[in-house]
Design a binder for this molecule. Structure first.
Ligand code: BG6
Length: 468
């Protein structure tokens, strides 16, 4: 059969986008949701959030999900990922299930399926129930068991219809944001705690995978990792290369290796041992992690990490930090997103897929997030009230070309989800950076309008490819 388009994707390729419960649903206090650590933190310190907009409203998907699913259809979605809010389903983190939450997620899932959109459900997207955070959150080993109970509850309630599950979204983020760089609650700087938190997230993931497989529901379970390929300043300089290897071990392999291979990278274990920062663990945990690896890997890619050998003095103020082993490097001439300040390096997505193909058994994977945040996007509204985001079309297209190339060379990549469907609330940044195929006008009760990129996406999804 002749090619339909220049960049034609394999039959059945998943087209869609990703979001999360806390960033889209809104809180709806009287429907029984408990506080997550975000609800709590916002009440404590609203000034930490852009324009003081907190998680209570977000994009009102709780009320508008039917309209939104029609918009997903109109923008060519065949699949969509969101998350079940732990503190909505089990308001205290452990104990009673909230019946209104069950009804909401049932309706949401059923409506997606009725409209030909396969739901991908994630279990944890940075949203620890506050009742558990008060007892240490991921730092406390008891949270692992609470999470596994939450996971099993989700599988029991929704697993007859949801066939793609994910244990975590970007588990490195609660580690780095909450325990190293202070942009998420509980705002600590403590590498020992960071390592323990990451370890418990991994153990929880393996235990949830074991539970899911044991239930034989006929679907797949994976994890979603944000991978930041680490490039040395100078590939011929061994000290720079070593710096990149260590950054990769800290920020990528720390989760990628145990998730896919069932073991932690030796380089990282040795380094942590040297500085007496290995986590507290039980021998049998390692067997659980070894035996319960993922079926499917979600890859979030936004930007690369560029590093060089350590040149600046080590800052001892807060004890050991990953940055004791490398300095970041701003490559001259790198291409930047002018509206968000992140580097754009499209080939990074190809390098990740090639790495997964060559070094991780070519596990079944998909691009679970990739996207372009834009501050002040309303300046691109045309006279019809639509945002003309040609920059986003170019961004997605340029990344997809590299995804296509990787697939042509044998990568087992099954789909592409953009971040995100409609503009959503994003943690401390709230509505500062807009990412959606669909705009949300907060001044007009969250009015939705499809952007130019949304119409374009519909076209590539229906052709299963595109021409340059
Ligand atoms: C992703 C997260 O890494 O980045 C999302 O999974 C987040 O939850 C997105 O919203 C965008 O972040 P920001 O800070 O640019 O709004």
């Amino acid at each position: 059969m002749s090619q339909l388009t220049e960049y034609q994707f394999p039959k059945g390729f998943w087209w869609g986008s990703a979001a999360s419960g806390p960033q889209t649903e809104g809180r709806i206090e009287n429907d029984g949701k408990g506080d997550s650590m975000w609800d709590y933190w916002y009440k404590e310190a609203p000034e930490k959030f852009f324009n003081q907009v907190g998680p209570e409203k977000t994009s009102q998907v709780y009320q508008k999900y039917q309209e939104d699913i029609q918009l997903m259809k109109a923008t060519g979605h065949t699949t969509f990922r969101t998350s079940i809010q732990w503190s909505r389903l089990i308001p205290d983190g452990v104990g009673a299930v909230n019946p209104k939450a069950v009804a909401f997620y049932n309706d949401y899932i059923d409506d997606m399926i009725a409209n030909g959109i396969e739901p991908f459900m994630n279990l944890y997207h940075f949203d620890m129930p506050m009742a558990l955070q008060e007892k240490g959150g991921w730092l406390n080993r008891e949270t692992v068991d609470a999470y596994v109970t939450f996971a099993k509850t989700c599988f029991e309630l929704f697993g007859d219809r949801v066939k793609k599950w994910f244990t975590h979204n970007e588990p490195i983020v609660p580690v780095e944001a909450g325990y190293l760089y202070q942009f998420h609650y509980p705002l600590e700087i403590n590498l020992k705690h960071a390592v323990q938190v990451g370890y418990h997230e991994m153990l929880a993931s393996a235990k949830a995978i074991a539970a899911y497989h044991g239930m034989k529901l006929g679907g797949e379970i994976g994890i979603i990792l944000n991978l930041t390929p680490s490039y040395p300043r100078d590939e011929t300089n061994p000290a720079d290369v070593k710096a990149a290897v260590i950054a990769d071990a800290f920020f990528n392999r720390s989760f990628l290796d145990p998730s896919v291979k069932g073991e932690f990278p030796v380089e990282l274990v040795e380094l942590l041992k040297e500085i007496d920062h290995l986590p507290v663990y039980e021998e049998e945990d390692l067997v659980i992690i070894k035996e319960n690896t993922v079926d499917l890997l979600g890859i979030n890619y936004y930007q690369p990490r560029r590093v060089k050998a350590k040149e600046t003095p080590i800052d001892h103020t807060n004890g050991p930090m990953p940055e004791d082993y490398f300095d970041t490097y701003e490559m001259p001439g790198r291409k930047m997103n002018p509206y968000r300040g992140w580097e754009i390096y499209e080939k990074g997505i190809y390098d990740i897929l090639t790495n997964v193909r060559e070094n991780y058994g070519n596990i079944r994977c998909y691009i679970s997030e990739n996207g372009m945040g834009v501050e002040g996007e309303e300046r691109f509204i045309n006279e019809k009230g639509e945002i003309e985001d040609d920059y986003r079309i170019d961004f997605v297209k340029d990344h997809l070309k590299y995804v296509h190339q990787a697939i042509t060379e044998g990568a087992n990549c099954q789909g592409y989800h953009m971040w995100t469907c409609m503009d959503n609330w994003s943690w401390n940044n709230a509505y500062k950076n807009r990412y959606g195929f669909i705009s949300v006008n907060l001044a007009e009760d969250g009015k939705r309008t499809i952007k130019k990129s949304g119409h374009w996406f519909k076209q590539i999804s229906s052709q299963n490819g595109f021409n340059d």
